[in-house]
Design a protein around this ligand. Structure first.
Ligand code: GCU
Length: 673
């Protein structure tokens, strides 16, 4: 059959090396697992399925190993062995020719089973295996921006995975494959609908549909969550108001949450986008984000669920003519005064950067500045600003850059990761969310290489200390090839891909969250219903120079960071080039730390960036013998499109900026493509 990418990283093809296969088979003569726990059953079945594929033979499942050795024992235990584990952690150990996968909960055993399979898939030895792992973050979630009509906001991989019109009666087998893929990474929650939420998801009709999905996900340790429309009491409930302090509104939500739990007993919780980009919220009634979140928390009180309140807020007023107005500052300004006011059930979900999932952004200044409020992080896996489904951009380095950034809130070493994983402020709840890139495309993600972004997000949500390269190599081995040279080549390509994209798309700290489809290069766009939905608002090109002054002479957004962070960025002479135009309006002829003028540096980046896509094409061509022909051809074709589009970006920016810089394009770049 033609390889179509459907199986993701769970391919379990027969291990070609006979000696290795036999060695594995000696350690996997049987699986011992007992009990009726549905998640433990899943672990057993997944292990059996994987081993059968990898080893080419059926592995018997016994209820107990008895005195047999040479098999794999699955066990849920609270014994000394598992004491140091988090509830979902696992231990894999080998003793007396028996491999034991243990966890405090059946979910831990499930993650251990997938970890063991990963060892075989990446051809690691099993004899003396000893692995102990606990997730660093408690809520590891995907956020689907999927609508009632089957469309996906910012989705580039077909339509929604969820066929609402078929549910709850017909349950597409694909839902289970989706759950398998997530469970294999340790993802334990999924928000199935768009943050720009339709109130229809709160109707009895839709709750039944969502319940059918929850039934499929439950045995994989995954809970469902819903995004809510804050004005639902009015639009759905027929009340006169949705004011969070109104007793009738509070009752409406309490009843609604009760109904949800009657339909889905292990429902995960609610995600809320309020008073953001036109969505309704508590501020419509003069109330605060905390008032809104706490009202929902009160409704949630009898249950286990959480309220996830997004901090992605900004207003047209933030971007007025005042010299200090700056969308960059909005979330910090609105949320930090509320620290300590949120109910214990609330987690505030913060995008990695202060603006909006740009190809490169400084970390959000909210991180570190709300010690009393659990802050979760929201990354975007779907490539809204990263070239949709035609550009190869491996995102792990972007995620890691943010997680490893030092906020200095408690001195050196106060990384964003240490805030998100709760270690710095002792948060009672921790969360990492990724806006999903999976859709109805046969290969799930459109671009075959975008599967790696889903994979990397999941792996980092479990353990943010893993390296981007290690994750890439693991994914390549499980998905594309086991050829060593080809693996190195592909890993190198992936590792460089994001910087290449930034070079031809938004170099030296440019950003582009302007309105529209977020794809077309149109830096000249200067008309919109709001100033902050134009391109010129962000890049600020003029006859003098380029970039947004966020120092004390400008919006002073830098003041939202600790002095040690500020110092790194506030002097244009020492500010690292990747962030330069985020914080400074730099004259065209200014010499940068690279020794080049701003104009020459920009041209160098745009041109070498676009040229580097050629290099990517050449490198990809070299791995052809080692990769499945259909996948290879698919990626080759997309790289050709990427090259064409990289040139669009380069030319649009360079020619537009040239009208201000009034400088010639440096000689080495004036060659035909
Ligand atoms: C971006 C994106 C929107 C989305 C919003 C959000 O602005 O373009 O489609 O709704 O982020 O995260 O709420």
């Amino acid at each position: 059959p033609v390889e179509d990418g459907y199986r993701l990283w769970l391919k379990y093809d027969l291990i070609g090396d006979v000696a290795k296969r036999q060695a594995y088979a000696r350690s996997a003569q049987f699986i011992a697992s007992s009990g009726t726990d549905p998640i433990l059953k899943t672990a057993t079945r997944e292990l059996q399925l994987g081993l059968q594929g990898l080893l080419g033979k059926a592995i018997p499942v016994l209820t107990s190993a008895g005195n047999r050795t040479g098999g794999i024992v699955l066990t849920v235990t609270t014994g000394t062995d598992s004491q140091s584990l988090a509830p979902e952690g696992y231990r894999i150990s080998a003793n007396n020719r028996t491999i034991t996968i243990s966890g405090k909960t059946s979910a831990g055993v499930l993650y251990g089973a997938f970890a063991l399979l990963r060892q075989l898939q990446t051809q690691q030895p099993l004899e003396a295996i000893s692995l102990t792992s606990s997730p660093k973050v408690q809520f590891r979630m995907l956020n689907h921006w999927d609508n009632v009509d089957g469309s996906v906001e910012r989705g580039y991989a077909g339509m929604s995975l969820w066929k609402w019109y078929e549910l709850p009666e017909r349950v597409d087998p694909r839902y289970r494959d989706y759950a398998r893929a997530n469970a294999s990474l340790g993802i334990n929650g999924t928000v199935v609908n768009n943050v720009n939420a339709s109130a229809r998801f709160m109707t009895a009709e839709y709750l039944q549909k969502v319940a059918a999905l929850a039934d499929v996900f439950r045995p994989y340790g995954i809970k469902v969550y819903l995004s809510v429309y804050f004005a639902a009491p009015k639009t759905l409930g027929g009340l006169k108001t949705s004011d969070p302090l109104d007793p009738q509104v509070r009752k409406w939500w309490a009843d609604k949450v009760k109904e949800i739990y009657q339909t889905i007993p292990d429902f995960g919780g609610l995600l809320v986008k309020a008073n953001s980009e036109g969505e309704p919220g508590p501020q419509d009634y003069g109330r605060t984000h905390a008032d809104g979140a706490n009202m929902l928390a009160e409704a949630m009180k009898p249950y286990d669920g959480v309220i996830i309140w997004r901090a992605f807020v900004y207003k047209a007023a933030d971007t007025s003519d005042r010299p200090t107005a700056d969308r960059f500052k909005a979330a910090h300004e609105e949320f930090t005064p509320l620290d300590g006011q949120f109910d214990k059930k609330v987690i505030v979900q913060v995008k990695n950067g202060p603006i909006d999932f740009q190809p490169r952004e400084p970390f959000s200044p909210l991180f570190g500045n709300m010690p009393k409020t659990p802050l979760g992080i929201e990354f975007q896996i779907t490539q809204e600003y990263l070239g949709f489904a035609t550009h190869m951009v491996y995102e792990a380095p972007l995620f890691k850059e943010c997680l490893e950034a030092d906020t200095y809130v408690n001195g050196k070493g106060s990384t964003v990761a240490s805030i998100v994983d709760g270690s710095l402020h002792r948060y009672s709840k921790t969360l990492m969310a990724g806006v999903a890139n999976a859709g109805s495309a046969r290969n799930w993600t459109g671009h075959p290489m975008a599967q790696a972004n889903w994979y990397a997000f999941g792996r980092l949500a479990w353990d943010h200390t893993l390296s981007s390269e290690a994750i890439a190599r693991e994914w390549i081995a499980m998905t594309l090839t086991q050829d060593r040279q080809a693996t190195s080549r592909i890993a190198n390509l992936m590792m460089k891909s994001r910087d290449i994209y930034v070079d031809y798309n938004t170099p030296i700290g440019l950003s582009r969250p302007w309105s529209g489809v977020h794809f077309a290069p149109e830096p000249w766009q200067n008309r919109s219903s709001r100033p902050d939905w134009t391109a010129v608002y962000y890049h600020r090109a003029d006859s003098l120079g380029l970039g947004f002054d966020r120092t004390a002479s400008g919006s002073n957004a830098l003041a939202q960071y600790r002095p040690d962070v500020r110092r790194q960025w506030e002097d244009p002479k020492t500010c690292p080039l990747p962030y330069l135009l985020w914080f400074h309006h730099v004259p065209w002829t200014q010499k940068l730390s690279s020794g080049k003028t701003l104009w020459t540096e920009l041209c160098t980046r745009f041109y070498t960036g676009a040229d580097s896509v050629r290099w990517m094409q050449q490198e990809w061509a070299l791995v052809k013998p080692a990769v499945d022909p259909a996948i290879h051809a698919d990626v080759s074709a997309r790289l050709a499109t990427q090259h064409k589009e990289a040139i669009w970006w380069r030319d649009a920016w360079v020619l537009y900026l040239q009208t201000f810089a009034k400088e010639p394009i440096p000689a080495p770049f004036k060659k035909p493509d």
